[in-house]
Write a protein that binds this ligand. Structure first.
Ligand code: FES
Ligand code: MG
Length: 578
């Protein structure tokens, strides 16, 4: 495979004995780099999303050191560089607002620099798609190294899951089952080690997606952040990146249509986050692979969810790794004819099936056999209808089976603030059969499509013991959340979608089996309401990045990328800087 004569990009910087070569080398030498490192060996960029404001990625300097060992050991030249870090927990109004910003940063940083291959250090939710999107638009050899999940959360001697515990404890607080002291005392125990959310939230889901796509080494998704084997994997990935540079194993050879079909199946098997629908579409768009919402139904529905992790199930990422991790899941799928493309190429140069065909499983409670699934019909439910002409998404494994077919009257909130004000009103006309509808939380409307779709239930119903209701919005929800929640309604209210004209008391019909989301008013009445719909108010922010975002963001069914960023622009070396 190795083509040692392949011309490396970095040669265009360091390979000439002229003025330009002098300049490029001389300034690099201020870091103590000897002449022999400029002998034409592959230069491997380590794209680092380390930040103390992204707690899930705060341990990445140490991971980078281990990647560097691998690069050097394999005869490469490691160069670490920072990119915008999207921290889910701190960034307001939502880390999703800056996913595309980070992807632009990554793309331009790679293309403009002397880099022959890149190791993508990712962890917290948005960092994984952002770096994969940026790298895909350059299409150079790239390998994903995730930061790994946190150890199991602990509260009063039992396990609690990142995020999921927050939603559960908050409902218990509102229902009067626990007091404020009990609520707040869970903070320290929930997040007690380095790493990403330990549930099958978006971070774990996207780590599994990267592995299922073949963009990481086997086991990348699940090794706990603090497990020494995480550092071994980082070192191996660094070494592998050097070989990939020599082989010219670019991302477009990995991220094929087949790889995405495998990933959609795997998402169903792991009970993965709804956010994967948006992020996979965005990554596919950057590498030029067509992917439609209906692919999730066609490929992903009827696949059993066999990974019993919160929020759908019982366990956490630590148990998932000890049970065999994603390779064990891939093997189970493959042995049952459920891995559509076993021959798909992965970053180690082998097919995905070669990587997992002998992968052991150690715990059938955590990674269940296919005939004893957690949920028989996993996968995403894609909904369409007059309320969501361009689609909406629901995750059946996180929903209540009895609500998957439901007809109820709308209780409408114009935006998040309106919801917060109204939901606590004891006189609000609402019962367990009502459908909570929230508008203006989509890509343009929020802006950034915040994770607010899993609206908490009215306190008065919680006190009556109501645990779930149908909720509909143009928002997203955290991958750690649960409930019968219809998300990503497109077009969003702020883009003039029919969601904008739903009124209190309207009847709404949800039928997941039929993939239908229907506002039960006549076509004429709907048309009349839409015609009377006033143009969305001008966004509060008239300049800056938010302005760019609102003007160019695509709707949820198109992955919320910017219209001008879709596509692969390649890694051609730009002209000289001097
Ligand atoms: Fe960072 Fe969940 S908040 S992974
Ligand atoms: Mg999240």
């Amino acid at each position: 495979m190795t083509d040692t004569k392949r011309k490396l990009r970095s040669t265009e910087w360091f390979g000439t004995a002229d003025k330009n070569g002098f300049m490029y080398r001389s300034w690099m030498k201020n870091q103590g780099i000897p002449d022999h490192e400029f002998d034409g060996r592959p230069i491997v960029g380590i794209c680092n999303t380390w930040s103390e404001l992204t707690p899930c990625n705060a341990h990445f300097r140490k991971i980078a050191e281990h990647v560097k060992r691998g690069v050097s050991e394999a005869g490469g030249f490691p160069v670490e560089f920072p990119v915008f870090s999207n921290g889910e927990s701190n960034l307001r109004p939502t880390a999703m607002l800056t996913r595309n910003l980070a992807s632009m940063d990554v793309e331009e940083a790679i293309r403009g620099n002397p880099i022959d291959a890149v190791v993508l250090l990712v962890g917290c939710d948005k960092t994984t798609p952002a770096l994969m999107m940026g790298a895909a638009s350059c299409d150079i050899p790239a390998i994903v190294v995730s930061g790994g999940p946190m150890l199991n959360g602990k509260l009063d001697g039992r396990d609690i899951g990142s995020g999921t515990a927050v939603w559960q404890l908050h409902e218990s607080l509102k229902a009067g089952e626990i007091n404020l002291h009990q609520f707040l005392s869970a903070e320290g125990g929930m997040s007690r080690s380095a790493g990403t959310c330990n549930t099958m939230g978006t971070a774990s889901t996207m780590a599994c997606m990267a592995e299922a796509l073949g963009a990481s080494l086997p086991h990348n998704a699940a090794i706990p952040a603090v497990d020494a084997r995480r550092y071994v994997l980082a070192q191996m990935s660094g070494a592998r990146a050097v070989a990939m540079a020599r082989e010219g194993l670019t991302l477009s050879k990995i991220l094929t249509r087949e790889a995405f079909e495998n990933a959609i199946r795997v998402n169903a098997a792991i009970g993965g986050s709804t956010n994967a629908v948006i992020h996979l579409k965005a990554i596919a768009g950057r590498i030029g692979v067509p992917l439609e919402l209906e692919d999730w139904t066609r490929i992903g529905r009827d696949v059993p969810t066999i990974v019993d992790l919160m929020p759908s199930g019982r366990f956490l990422m630590e148990e998932f790794y000890y049970a065999g991790g994603l390779p064990a899941v891939l093997r189970r799928l493959g042995e049952n004819g459920l891995l559509p493309h076993p021959g798909a190429l992965t970053v180690n140069g082998q097919s995905i099936w070669d990587n997992v065909r002998e992968a052991p499983s150690f715990n059938d409670e955590v990674i269940r056999p296919l005939d004893k699934p957690l949920i028989q019909d996993g996968g995403m439910c894609i909904l369409r209808g007059n309320l969501a002409p361009r689609g909406a998404v629901l995750k059946p494994s996180a929903a209540s089976p009895e609500l998957l077919k439901h007809r109820g009257r709308a209780v409408v909130f114009e935006n998040l603030e309106h919801y917060k004000e109204r939901i606590v009103d004891e006189t609000l006309e609402v019962d367990a059969s009502s459908v909570l509808v929230m508008k203006n939380c989509g890509p343009r409307g929020y802006p950034g499509m915040a994770e607010v779709g899993n609206m908490g239930l009215p306190p008065k119903l919680l006190r009556q013991g109501v645990k779930d209701m149908v909720r509909i919005s143009d928002a997203r929800m955290s991958g750690t959340a649960y409930g019968t929640v219809v998300l990503h309604v497109a077009p969003e209210a702020a883009a003039g979608g029919p969601l904008a004209v739903v009124r209190d008391g309207d009847w709404i019909e949800l039928d997941c089996h039929a993939g239908r989301l229907h506002l039960d008013i006549s076509e004429a009445a709907l048309a009349e309401r839409l015609a009377a719909l006033e143009a969305a108010p001008a966004p509060a922010r008239q300049s800056g990045y938010q302005r760019l975002y609102i003007d160019h963001v695509l709707q949820a069914d198109e992955g919320c990328d910017f219209d001008f960023l879709v596509g692969c622009r390649g890694s051609e070396v730009p002209r000289h800087s001097h």
